[in-house]
Design a protein around this ligand. Structure first.
Ligand SMILES: C[S@@+](CC[C@H](N)C(=O)[O-])C[C@H]1O[C@@H](n2cnc3c(N)ncnc32)[C@H](O)[C@@H]1O
Length: 224
């Protein structure tokens, strides 16, 4: 194991898993107990793509209202801010309060401190709570709260990938809105479920870093 310093530890609410933030010479990693690396500042191209691809699909994204589920290391947030205009606003729901604090510190430097952007608001809690309102509020909803449809970090996240969760997310979109999901792996059953919920779906396979190696999956769904 290379030299690294433990910068912080946090319990994930509602479960028994623990997140640990480490810093080494060139990067930071967030590790989840019993599973290994959840994220690294070395590889974030697919997290960037989640924010960029979803915002680029909007017919007009100068004044977009965006919801991001899962702050993590802030890369999706930074990409969404870069892809939208000065009149836009982004709500980021983050379940683990310490993750927000980590991003206000040295971790935030890796993504360009997007929490300091005046367009950003943090919702300290579960993104499901916002989606359950089912009020058409958002032009983009971008969800990266877990490893994918098979929830890893919090069992409660299964709901977000269920018919009920997808339906609430769909109902939370404004006309012409985009619902985007990130996943570590493809999942044909989940893509089928999105279509069965009345969504038109494009599946993108995106390199985690550079132009070779591991690829991640992004689903971009719009109301058909
Ligand atoms: C893989 S990371 C997100 C990475 C992020 N896309 C980025 O660019 O760095 C997942 C994040 O979602 C948070 N999370 C997990 N479940 C959540 C939920 N139900 N609501 C809000 N945040 C959640 C985790 O604490 C973690 O910070």
């Amino acid at each position: 194991m290379k030299n690294r310093t433990l910068l912080g530890e946090a319990c994930i609410p509602g479960g028994d898993r623990v997140l640990k933030l480490y810093q080494s010479k060139d990067d930071c990693t967030i590790v989840i107990s019993g599973r290994g690396e959840l994220m690294s500042t070395r590889r974030h191209a697919s997290e960037d793509a989640l924010g960029t691809l979803a915002c680029d699909l909007l017919a007009q994204n100068e004044n977009a209202h965006i919801l991001i589920g899962g702050l993590g290391m802030g890369f999706t947030l930074a990409a969404a801010l870069a892809a939208t205009g000065v009149g836009s606003s982004v709500v980021v729901a983050e379940l683990v309060p310490e993750v927000v604090e980590w991003n206000k510190g040295p971790l935030g430097d890796y993504s360009g401190q997007p929490l300091q952007d005046a367009r950003t608001t943090i919702y300290a809690g579960d993104v499901s709570e916002l989606l359950q309102k089912s009020v058409p509020s958002y032009d983009v909803i971008a969800l990266d709260v877990d490893n994918g449809p098979e929830a890893l970090s919090s069992g409660g996240n299964d709901w977000l990938y269920s018919v009920e969760g997808i339906t609430c997310a769909r109902e939370s979109l404004k006309t012409g809105g985009v619902l985007a999901y990130w996943s570590a792996t493809p999942d044909a059953r989940f893509a089928k479920r999105l279509r069965e919920c009345g969504l038109q779906v494009t599946e993108k396979s995106v390199f985690a870093h550079g132009s070779k190696g591991t690829k991640h999956t992004i689903w971009l769904a719009t109301v058909s």
